[in-house]
Design a protein around this ligand. Structure first.
Ligand SMILES: Nc1nc2c(c(=O)[nH]1)N[C@H]1C(S)=C(S)[C@@H](COP(=O)(O)OP(=O)(O)OC[C@H]3O[C@@H](n4cnc5c(=O)[nH]c(N)nc54)[C@H](O)[C@@H]3O)O[C@H]1N2
Ligand SMILES: Nc1nc2c(c(=O)[nH]1)N[C@H]1C(S)=C(S)[C@@H](COP(=O)(O)OP(=O)(O)OC[C@H]3O[C@@H](n4cnc5c(=O)[nH]c(N)nc54)[C@H](O)[C@@H]3O)O[C@H]1N2
Ligand SMILES: [Mo]
Length: 762
């Protein structure tokens, strides 16, 4: 199985490499922001739009899920938030003429970058069976096509309803209601590829699958450990919070295979010291860990804490279960194994211990570096053990902080986008709407791909996202998609999932966050939940990209009417007209949302309850916070091979490529690069600037290939390499997933590098 870069693409991939940087943001970020934004939106629209981001009367940034501080700056956005806004508020348009001029067979040869650069989708488009051109289709006909296919299924479980994480609470609630009214729990979402491991680990150990800290806790922490996360690129506003914590005396420990610039030093563009001065050094201790070594690191640390007798005994006795077993296991931790797994020295772990023992309150933040491994769930459970040992949960300045990705991915799950819904949620739905929702678990992302591949799923419907490019094992996923009878995408921008289709396909263009949403009941707003469980309103203000766009909420309601006809259980037309009515329903179904319509109209919104954080109570099966004792695991690495992590560059939002640079890592003008430790590269005979194919090796003997990567000698630990996603998704085997959460293990793929001739004559 081999994947070449799409041919016929005007974008050349000819990377130019300099040394990685040691600080993030500052003046270059501001300049870069304005340049990117003005290219897409022009000067006036740039000013109008960026001033509305994350303001109390404005729209929620469609970038990441980092929360808004209580005291907001006039410009409460970051470079990458501005890029996300510009990408949506662009003045470029994809019209029916565009599709007339570009057959699908041509679009399938273009890169994702090129597709995205064409602009906003403007009209519903239909690809008939056997056709090579999308043609415009009236909305009503589009809904009828979906309804016909759904009604033709022999079971509702032959349909799959995917969600990306930008969908508002209102649209998400109605979307899951639609799927369950139809009779299926097949509601996979991007979370399955993202923080599912966090949800699994936290639900079992503390009883709530969400983070337990608020911004104020970060400011008050004595020690913040940031493990497996690159906030300088992916959550830039987090750097302001870390800076503030630092100024109040916090220490910061970074655990990462890469020395990420944003965590080294932050030049806050909101003040003179940051804009033109030296900025703030953030990291006090950098532990350059091997990929997948985190569970071993935390277990070793836990052993040292137990041996030092430095545990919070009253907390452990009153609130937890399983301490004695855990402590006994921790005492037997094998140091040789720890040093092998982490690649760290004992002295570095001792330094971390000293900082932990010095700190009254500790927060651990993490993202994909912890969640996308085979042993991600036990790794995060070990982080919980670490916090429980010293009572670092449920008190100010302490707790778990999984930092979410998409701006409403946490809210979508709260609204019931989940293939394994809790019985209590289904009971509440049944009581509110008077129909019996299905109880059997549905398909997650990986299982949905298998079902499409095997022909047991026939209709694929996506509320946002770019399933084909974001999912693992690209060639397998693409052929699974082509197996479907119908694929439907509710989207703002053109992407690869629109051109790798089932027998028939629809593109349903929708409003973005930035745009005014007018319904029969007047102008509407929507709501979102950030990474810290704060719910607030988002008001779009721009004129929609096209008069033909429908909101996601309207799309669900109209599809429901086409599918069910007159529905005695759900008044779809009324809900479409007035989102307050949707929120009333949510307030009666979802815990924590009582008085939703009133509370969300308070400036800044409201905070959802979180029992461990608020009352130190743990809604687990045994009513206690659970210590867990999992065997220590770390990825095996065969001789002469490298362990590859697939990560984000600075100029992308998941599968949306904003540009071809990764400024902080010193890479310009190309994405097909592989970062390798110089000693490994020398041993493999790969000088900096040489080219290699990446060949993925999987335990069943199959191989996967991604061609033509420029080798970059980079400060990553021995045995570890890094390359960008989505280009490298072709290498991630569908069956290579995390235990329990089933999240693709895209941070540990075994590869060998085969030297090739340079590409593009460079
Ligand atoms: N601008 C921008 N913002 C984004 C996104 C984007 O693509 N662009 N994506 C959004 C989404 S959906 C998400 S989920 C988040 C993702 O946010 P991140 O999780 O920060 O994203 P990644 O680029 O995957 O980076 C993973 C980080 O973990 C490190 N890492 C990898 N493996 C390991 C490991 O085994 N151990 C440790 N300790 N570290 C490891 C990597 O070196 C890297 O620094 O960002 C969100 N925000
Ligand atoms: N190898 C590898 N694979 C990964 C990851 C990794 O680190 N490595 N990360 C994983 C993670 S963390 C995630 S979250 C997934 C992301 O998976 P997805 O969420 O499926 O992918 P995105 O690239 O964020 O989706 C981009 C598309 O969303 C559409 N869109 C944008 N805004 C809106 C909107 O407001 N409404 C609607 N309806 N559509 C909109 C646009 O058409 C755009 O093309 O990828 C996962 N895949
Ligand atoms: Mo994500």
């Amino acid at each position: 199985m081999a994947a070449k870069p799409p041919a016929g693409d005007p974008v050349q991939d000819a990377p130019d490499v300099t040394a990685p940087q040691h600080s993030a943001a500052g003046l270059p970020a501001v300049a870069h922001t304005l340049k990117m934004a003005q290219q897409q939106m022009g000067v006036r629209r740039t000013a109008l739009t960026l001033l509305k981001v994350n303001q109390k009367d404005g729209f929620d940034c469609p970038g990441c899920a980092w929360p808004e501080p209580e005291h907001r700056h006039k410009a409460e956005f970051c470079e990458n938030g501005a890029k996300a806004v510009a990408e949506e508020a662009t003045l470029r348009r994809v019209t029916p003429d565009f599709f007339a001029g570009h057959p699908v067979s041509d679009l399938a040869r273009r890169s994702g970058y090129w597709l995205g650069q064409q602009g906003r989708l403007t009209q519903p488009m239909y690809l008939a069976e056997g056709a090579d051109h999308y043609v415009p289709v009236p909305w009503e006909r589009a809904f009828d096509i979906v309804a016909e296919e759904l009604r033709a299924l022999t079971s509702p479980d032959q349909a799959v309803f995917y969600t990306s994480g930008r969908t508002s609470n209102e649209a998400a609630f109605l979307y899951q209601l639609f799927a369950r009214r139809l009779g299926t729990n097949n509601l996979p979402d991007c979370s399955n590829m993202c923080h599912e491991s966090s949800g699994s680990a936290l639900t079992e150990t503390i009883g709530v699958g969400k983070g337990s800290v608020l911004l104020e806790d970060l400011y008050r922490a004595d020690l913040i450990i940031v493990a497996g996360q690159n906030p300088g690129t992916n959550h830039p506003r987090m750097l302001s919070a870390l800076e503030k914590a630092k100024q109040r005396g916090a220490k910061i420990v970074t655990v990462n295979p890469l020395p990420e610039a944003g965590l080294e030093r932050f030049k806050n563009p909101q003040n003179a010291r940051g804009l033109a001065g030296p900025g703030t050094a953030l990291t006090d201790l950098f532990l350059q860990i091997r990929l997948g070594g985190d569970q071993a690191l935390f277990r070793a640390l836990n052993r040292l804490i137990v041996e030092a007798g430095a545990v919070d005994r009253p907390f452990i006795d009153e609130h937890t279960h399983g301490y004695e077993d855990f402590a006994a296991a921790a005492r037997t931790t094998d140091w040789d194994e720890v040093l092998r797994a982490t690649g760290l020295e004992r002295a570095e772990i001792d330094r971390l211990l000293a900082m932990v023992l010095d700190a009254k309150s500790v927060v651990v933040c993490w993202a994909m570096g912890l969640t996308q491994h085979k042993h991600a769930v036990p790794t995060i459970k070990e982080v919980v053990n670490f916090l429980l040992l010293r009572g670092n949960i449920g008190r100010p300045g302490a707790g778990v902080c999984p930092v979410r990705g998409h701006s409403n991915v946490q809210g979508d799950r709260t609204m019931g986008i989940f293939e394994r819904p809790a019985p209590a949620f289904l009971d509440a739905l049944e009581k509110e709407f008077g129909f019996a929702p299905p109880r059997e678990h549905g398909l997650d992302v990986v299982r949905a791909i298998r079902a499409l591949r095997d022909g047991t799923a026939k209709v694929f419907f996506a509320m946002g996202g770019n399933f084909v490019a974001a999912s693992p094992d690209t060639l397998v996923t693409e052929s699974a998609m082509r197996n479907a009878a119908l694929t439907v995408h509710v989207s703002t921008k053109l992407n690869r999932s629109h051109v790798i289709t089932g027998s028939r396909a629809l593109i349903l263009p929708t409003l973005g966050r930035t745009e005014k949403d007018i319904q029969a009941g007047g102008e509407q707003f929507v709501t979102v939940e950030d990474s810290m469980g704060m719910v607030h309103a988002s008001h779009g203000s721009l004129r929609p990209a096209s008069p033909h766009l429908l909101s996601e909420t309207a799309i669900v309601c109209r599809l429901a009417r086409a599918t069910f006809g007159h529905d005695t259980a759900v008044p779809w037309a009324a809900l479409e007209a007035d989102y307050d009515l949707v929120r009333d329903r949510i307030s009666r179904v979802v815990p924590g949302f009582d008085g939703f319509n009133t509370k969300v109209r308070h400036p800044g919104g409201f905070t959802l309850p979180h029992a461990p954080r608020d009352t130190r109570t743990f809604p687990t099966a045994n009513g206690k916070a659970n210590f867990t004792t999992s065997p220590v695991e770390y990825p095996a690495l065969p001789e002469g091979r490298l362990l590859l992590q697939t990560l984000r560059s600075h100029d992308q939002y998941n599968t949306t490529i904003y540009g071809l640079d990764d400024r902080y890592r010193g890479i310009k003008g190309g994405r097909r690069v592989v970062m390798v430790n110089p000693a490994d590269a020398d041993a493999l005979g790969l000088p900096d600037g040489s080219y290699a194919d990446l060949v993925g090796e999987w335990t069943d003997g199959t191989e996967r290939r991604a061609d033509g990567f420029r080798v970059v000698h980079y400060p990553t630990p021995r045995g570890c390499a890094a390359a960008y996603y989505p280009e490298t998704n072709v290498l991630v085997p569908l069956d290579h997933t995390a235990d329990t959460s089933n999240t693709p293990a895209s941070k540990s793929v075994v590869v060998r590098l085969e030297r090739t001739a340079p590409v593009h004559g460079s």
